[in-house]
Every structure is written in structure tokens, then in C-alpha cells.
Write a new protein. Sequence first.
Length: 163
Amino acid sequence: MIRHGAGIMLGVRYLFRLTAAAGLFALVMSVTARAAPSAEPTVEEMKGRLSSTSIGDRPHLCVQIAQKQLANADKLYAAADVEKGEAGLVDVVTFSELARDYAIQSHKYQKQTEIAVRAMTRKLSELMHSLGHDDQAPVRSAISRLDRVRDDLLMAMFPKGAR
């Protein structure tokens, strides 16, 4: 048997929980709305920011540019626009090499850069297997250059003879 006073307490607890849940929901929604980017920067905007970015933050920006260019090149190859896809591959390799150089110079983002380049190499391998034999040469060349970038980063992180 529930006494009259106990029923009022259950109602107050329910009201308190409901108010707390609504407040928590409003807080999460406001944080999510602020955290969501309004517009993602274009490749050209990111290239323009590269010269004004500090040396330590350049590897991360270069990796982002290379990843965006790889996504664009993948779309172009899927649309059978091989020439524009090859031009995108040049940017992928160029900015991956810049990311390597800046990472080694600043001793920052070396591991993250290596991981990102490995993922891009994997994606390029998948792309190469989807292409005809005649269109595979530029992709194969890009893969070998990205493998050299990875090797250089690994050598910088783990020099031989260092203990």
C-alpha cells in the first residue's frame, strides 16, 4: 500500500528526471550545432592556407589536401575521365610528399601522416584493380611514390641503430 505522501514524492522524482533529460537533450543539441562545420573548405582554399600555416601544422593540412584530391580522382576515374583523374593523382603524390617533408622537419604528425598515406595507398590499389591495363600505369607510379613516402616516414620515426 502506498501512502499519500509517497505518491507525491514519486511525482516529484519523475518531474525532476524529465526536466533533467530535457535539459541534457538541449545541451547536446546546442553543442552538436556549434561543432558542425558550416561549410567544408575547398582544396583551393586549403592550398591557399598552406603558406600561412605554421610548419608544425602543415603536415596535417597537406594530408587533408591529398585525401580530398584522392577522393576527387577516384570520382573522376569512376566517371571514365582518366585525364583529369591522372591530374588529381599528381596532387595526391605531391601533397603526400610535402606532408612527409614537413612532418620530418617539424617532428610532428609523422605517425598520423604515415597512417594516412598507407590508407591512400590501399585506396589507390583498389582503384588500380578496377581500371583497364592501359590506365593502370599512372596509378602504379603513384603507389610506388607513396610507398617511398611511407618508407621515409618510418625511417625518420625508427632510425636504424638507435636504441
